[in-house]
Design a protein. Structure first.
Length: 373
């Protein structure tokens, strides 16, 4: 018999967070989250997303054993401002039992129906800066801290329950050796002169902070045309600055400004923390910090986390300036592989950015959708 129970107390939420640790204990590719950070994400007093969204967390039990979990999410900015009557689900993990999957998703549909919503989509997080999608290809490759990992049977469960593809994403990579510096050096100088632009680099995280709000504003502006984009609010900016910037090497943040010092492009790259996170077991203490700090300084793989270019400057070669800056940094650090986070397959502008590097798509994922009856 399957029982669905809502996780409300701190202890129950910890069980919710820790379930995948057991599910994926034999996987070489799953990358665990930091348990304390995951709990903070779900803390309605600390995460400002809950000013505009609500979420309920559910665990599936067979007898006394936890066999699945799901977060049922409503982003009211999306529902009220964009008129998308969507019920979200995320943080979905389950044993290979279609009945457990059905019981968890039935609970999501029940909440959606009670709130007069039209359809369910997932796996997605609260906002566009959260993880997204169920993996459909690339199960044999190491995950990263920016994405969810899952077993192949997840996709089969969704299909069997009548869920249809909604959005398609691809993840690609290229060896740093694919980067040809001569091309960027020439284009860099040409673009600077033509548009009166200059690049900004940083040595300390404190130097980044004065530009951080402008970066999120530009993020909102450059991604606003994408389907179901939900803008980052002012209060969320503060939260994300504290959450993400400490993980980023300052020299891995690159900005481009115009003659009036207006930010027109940015890029954030992170060291790959995948192996380090596997070693932490989800805990920063007593030794987890050491693994994280070592990866921050010495990882030979980097993950392109966010890149944004003002619509007026897209397709004008501004990325040449950004990659010219990165070339020197990556060369000094001996970077070997560049990895891209999930990108919508219909986001033509972002794919154009990478064409010179001959990227290889090595993972795919998607969100799925089903109408609420």
């Amino acid at each position: 018999m399957i029982t669905i129970k809502e996780a409300v107390t701190k202890s129950e939420l910890k069980t919710f967070v820790k379930f995948p640790f057991n599910l994926y204990k034999d996987s070489n590719y799953w990358v665990p989250p930091i348990i304390s950070q995951e709990l903070e994400t779900f803390n309605k007093k600390k995460n400002p997303i809950f000013n505009d969204a609500e979420a309920r967390f559910f665990l599936a039990y067979k007898n006394t054993e936890v066999v699945g979990r799901v977060a049922a999410i409503i982003n009211w900015l999306e529902v009220n401002n964009q008129k998308q009557k969507k019920m979200r689900f995320g943080w979905f993990d389950v044993i290979d039992d279609i009945d457990v999957t059905k019981a968890l998703l039935d609970k999501v549909h029940e909440i959606g129906k009670a709130n007069n919503l039209d359809y369910v989509e997932g796996p997605v997080g609260f906002s566009n800066l959260d993880k997204v999608g169920v993996m459909t290809e690339g199960f044999e490759y190491l995950g990263n801290m920016i994405t969810w990992y899952n077993y192949p049977y997840y996709v089969e469960h969704f299909a069997e329950l009548g869920y249809k593809d909604e959005k398609l994403y691809s993840e690609s990579r290229f060896p740093f050796s694919n980067v040809e510096p001569d091309f960027f050096l020439k284009a860099n100088e040409l673009i600077k002169k033509r548009y009166g632009l200059k690049s900004l680099g940083f040595k300390k995280a404190s130097e980044v902070m004065p530009y951080a709000d402008k970066m999120f504003d530009l993020f909102n502006e450059s991604y606003s045309s994408l389907s179901s984009f939900v803008a980052i609010t002012d209060i969320q900016k503060e939260y994300f600055k504290k959450k993400f910037i400490p993980f980023v090497n300052p020299e891995y943040i690159k900005f481009v400004v115009d003659a009036d010092d207006k930010l027109i492009a940015f890029a954030i790259v992170m060291p790959s923390f995948s192996r380090a996170l596997q070693k932490t077991g989800g805990k920063l203490f007593p030794f987890g910090f050491r693994h994280i700090l070592h990866a921050k300084k010495h990882s030979k793989d980097v993950v392109f986390y966010l890149i944004g270019i003002h619509p007026e400057y897209q397709n004008k070669g501004v990325t040449a300036m950004i990659f010219n800056e990165y070339y020197d940094v990556f060369n000094k650090k001996g970077i070997q592989n560049c990895i891209r986070t999930p990108e919508l397959e219909d986001n033509v502008a972002i794919h154009q950015i990478w064409k010179h590097f001959k990227p290889e798509v090595f993972k795919r994922r998607k969100t799925v959708r089903k109408n609420i009856e």
